[in-house]
Ligand binder design. Structure first.
Ligand code: SAM
Length: 310
């Protein structure tokens, strides 16, 4: 996942090789991760695709099947991995993840502690944010889940940046040997308030903690605990609104003006020299409307900064 060019910069400016992980992209809601193997063939509704045809092509290439169907071969970025990974638990999605990374001030070289690991959705983005010199220590008390996460991190090539531990963080706290080493701590646990005192011990002076909770009662209880050792306590709910912007062949002028159902905003396509198409009520119109599949509430993100005791 973190491919490097000869100057050790993170980059996907190289060609696909045997053994690489690629995202086979049909459309935004239909894609999957595939490991390239010279002798394998991918079968899907568009036909069969020989992996040997993919080797040597740049990431982003459009490749064709025996039936002239096509897919795109995309680089396995954390953003795409979050969409294709196997859901062993609830996961964090891009809107929450990006806010977490920004607000926790995670940059290359940072040490980040996380619990629980879950499906490793957030961990994958944390790893890229701390690369190449930082490290993510992530803990889950579910042995099998931790093992699956480790396998995924090997597949995506981030295993040197992530250590997965099996531990009951609510019961035992984070390991003492990480005390005072963390730039930030992230909690996605059912009773985060039990882990907050230990998280405080792990943080460097001025370090930031974030706790993700689906229910406001969990947030209230966490904030109560945070108040003794943390300051600047703030809670956010990140709501993302996606839009469909498409060309529709629909007669806008026919929409009933007295109707209580407002039409989506639409703009007839205007092309120089195509007056007749513009004037025709049946010409294509570009319409924009909020996507029906947009996610609503995922959870609350509570951030707090460790109080500086001087
Ligand atoms: C919702 S999942 C985390 C999902 C993760 N943030 C992601 O983006 O993929 C919560 C995880 O916390 C783990 N967990 C629950 N209680 C725990 C505890 N006391 N100590 C460690 N892990 C725990 C669960 O096993 C589960 O895998």
């Amino acid at each position: 996942m973190l491919l490097t060019d000869p100057s050790k910069k993170i980059s996907f400016n190289r060609c696909i090789r045997d053994g690489d992980l690629v995202i086979v992209y049909e459309r935004h809601d239909s894609m999957k991760a595939v490991k390239v193997c010279e002798t394998s063939v991918l079968q899907n509704r568009f036909g069969s695709f020989k992996h040997s045809d993919w080797i040597g092509k740049p990431f982003g290439s459009k490749v064709f099947s025996n039936k002239k169907g096509f897919v795109y071969l995309l680089a396995p970025t954390p953003e795409l991995w979050t969409l294709v990974l196997s859901h062993r638990t609830q996961i964090l999605y891009i809107a929450d993840i990006s806010f977490v990374i920004m607000y926790l001030e995670i940059v290359p070289g940072c040490v980040v502690l996380e619990s629980g690991t879950g499906s490793g959705s957030l961990t994958t983005s944390l790893a890229r944010a701390v690369a190449p010199t930082g490290h993510v220590y992530t803990f889950d008390f579910h042995e099998h889940r931790a093992a699956s996460a480790r396998e995924d991190f090997e597949r995506t090539g981030i295993d040197s940046l992530v250590t997965v531990g099996v531990r009951d963080i609510q019961g035992e706290g984070f390991p003492d040997e990480l005390s005072g080493l963390a730039d930030s701590v992230f909690l996605d646990l059912p009773q985060p308030w039990l882990a907050i005192p230990s998280a405080g011990k792990m943080l460097k002076q001025d370090g930031v903690l974030c706790s993700f909770s689906p229910c406001i009662e969990q947030v209230q209880r966490s904030c109560e605990t945070l108040r003794s050792n943390f300051t600047d306590i703030r809670t956010f709910e990140i709501l993302l609104r996606t839009y469909e912007v498409r060309e529709w062949r629909i007669n806008c002028s026919k929409i009933d003006e007295g109707s209580s159902i407002a039409p989506p905003p639409c703009k007839r396509r205007q092309t120089l020299g195509e007056e007749s198409a513009r004037d025709s009520p049946n010409s294509p119109a570009v319409m924009a409307r909020p996507s029906a599949e947009a996610k609503g509430h995922t959870g609350y993100l509570t951030f707090a900064r460790l109080k500086c005791i001087s």
